[in-house]
Design a protein around this ligand. Structure first.
Ligand code: XMP
Length: 522
């Protein structure tokens, strides 16, 4: 793809927090990509033509034979380089300094404080200004630099890292021992801001620019062929669909598979938005009978997920086959999925849950992929959605999993339980909205439990289902904390659900974080 914006290259040496570097840069309207060090050859560097380079941290030791290295050509490109933690050590080692192993003291993990030396540099504009004369930073290193490379000078020190911040100001090479990308380095963003400024970035990575460019690239890729898009009603596939429609109009057809596991009014909302509001050709495949039939009697979570995943592909294919001349399949793949699949450590390890997507389809159907969101993070997708005029109420919607209510109904799925669940969920979300909490919460939903409990209503005995309310805060769904509702809120919501939803007589609140729990119940 031909790009028109300035690009920054992050060479990944395997740090757990490399993605956060990219986040910080994107927040500064700087376009960057993460590539594992093994993939960064001289030819790659030339082709990528970065305006600056960042070396990430990593778990290895530069003193180990065969440990990761950037290509030597990186130092000869004449562009600024920032080395972080392992990246600092590798830079010092490559350029003639010395690194020592941690066992001789100076390993540091956690909060530390850096103080400036008498050297000043634009990299530190805005640092050391709060009156304490020092900056809190986050350290996480075993090895440390014991001698800096020729041409470097020390800009900041900490008790465990005499070379906490170093710079070769002629070549604009910077190296820091701590992690400026993490939250625990509160002023870290300023350091990145200074770095990209001195590298000459103009902040040209805006959603307006992205939209124009993505439209041009989609037109270039698709030509006069047809594209099909599986629409789930979630933000990613919806933004992808609207963007592609803007690029190629009616050459796009969307297929919305309704598996009967959607929330209250969800199918109507999605269909009316796309068909009526955007005028996008849409096949509404109501296949609830099929899905619910196949799921009957199944209670194992993985079996349920696999049945849904397989049926989804079959149904999608059946409908896609009716669209003449489709050569492309559009998907709302995001950048974190792309990084994961090429990650330093070789991608995902243990399968916790089989995530459901339309993977496998392109090969089976001989389709090529159109993935206009592959370079974006979730919040950027939301910004693009706003840019494209999708209503805020839609863009701000909590994520909803592909297998839908099936994984919020532990045990056997019945229509009766699904009906009860839909109603309880609607009351709960209504409560959250009424209290103005919706946007503070990453995801909130009700799970109906496979257990009935005894209660008393009026003068009568009840024997109905128990349900669990779930609400979490999260940045990316990978980790999460339960949301600290007030007791008043919980009490009021429980009362409403029990009064308004026939079939539920007990409400609990799930206070598990992730890990050790997961967000969904299955
Ligand atoms: P867990 O339950 O694994 O969920 O903590 C993390 C996030 O992923 C969503 N999720 C899914 N999304 N297909 C999806 O598209 C799936 O199979 C799936 N399973 C979980 C979940 O809702 C949460 O936002």
């Amino acid at each position: 793809m031909t790009q028109t914006h300035d690009r920054l290259l992050i060479i990944d040496f395997g740090s757990q927090v490399t993605q956060l570097i990219a986040r910080r840069l994107r927040e500064l309207n700087v376009y960057c990509e993460i590539h594992p060090y093994q993939n960064v050859s001289d030819a790659f560097l030339k082709d990528f033509a970065p305006k600056a380079i960042i070396f990430s941290g990593g778990p290895d030791s530069v003193m180990r034979e065969g440990s990761p290295r950037p290509p030597k050509a990186a130092y000869a490109m004449g562009v600024p380089i920032l080395g972080i933690c392992y990246g600092q050590q590798v830079m010092m080692h490559d350029l003639g300094g010395k690194v020592e192993a941690g066992e001789h003291a100076t390993a540091e993990f956690g909060r530390a404080y850096v103080t400036p030396t008498d050297k000043r540099d634009d990299l530190l504009t805005g640092w050391f200004m709060d009156g304490t004369g020092r900056e809190q930073v986050w350290m996480s290193h075993g090895d440390h630099v014991s001698e800096i490379a020729p041409g470097f000078e020390v800009l900041g020190t900490s008790p465990g890292a005499p070379f906490a911040i170093t710079a070769d100001r002629t070549r604009h090479f910077y190296a820091v021992q701590f992690h400026p990308e993490v939250h625990h380095t509160p002023n870290g963003k300023t350091l990145y801001e200074n770095f990209v400024k001195l590298a000459g970035f103009t902040g040209d990575w805006t959603m307006g620019a992205y939209r124009e460019e993505a439209i041009r690239l989609i037109r270039e890729q698709v030509g006069d062929k047809r594209v099909i898009c599986g629409l789930s009603g979630g933000v990613d596939s919806s933004v992808a669909a609207v963007l592609i429609h803007e690029a190629i109009g009616d050459q796009l057809t969307c297929v919305f598979v309704d598996h009967g596991l959607l929330r209250q009014n969800e199918a109507d909302e999605v269909v009316s938005m796309f068909r009526d509001h955007y005028n996008i050709p849409l096949i509404h495949a109501d296949e609830s009978e099929l899905f619910l039939g196949e799921l009957e009697g199944q209670s194992d979570p993985e079996t349920k997920r696999k049945i849904i995943g397989k049926l989804f592909i079959d149904v999608f294919q059946k409908h896609a086959d009716t669209i003449d001349g489709a050569e492309f399949l559009a998907q709302g793949t995001l950048y974190p999925d792309v990084i994961e699949s090429v990650s330093f450590s070789g991608g995902p390890s243990v399968t916790i849950k089989s995530h459901h997507n339309v993977g496998g389809l392109p090969e089976k159907m001989g389709l090529k992929l159109v993935e206009p969101l592959r370079e974006l993070f979730k919040d950027e997708v939301r910004a693009l959605g706003r840019e494209l005029g999708l209503p805020d109420s839609f863009i701000g919607r909590h994520p909803f999993p592909g297998p839908g209510l099936a994984i919020r109904c532990p045990g056997e799925i019945t229509r009766e339980k699904l009906d009860i669940l839909r109603k309880a969920d609607a009351v709960y979300i209504d409560q959250i909205r009424k209290h103005g909490l919706y946007d503070e919460i990453w995801q909130a939903f009700v799970a109906i439990l496979p257990v009935r409990t005894v209660g008393v209503m009026g003068d009568g005995r009840t024997y109905d289902y128990a349900c669990a309310l779930r609400a979490v805060t999260s940045v990316d769904g990978m980790t999460a904390d339960y949301y600290p509702f007030t007791h008043d809120f919980l009490g009021e919501t429980a009362t409403r659900i029990i009064n308004e939803v026939k079939g539920i007589n007990r409400v609990t609140y799930d206070i598990t974080s992730k890990p050790p729990g997961t967000i969904e119940w299955e």
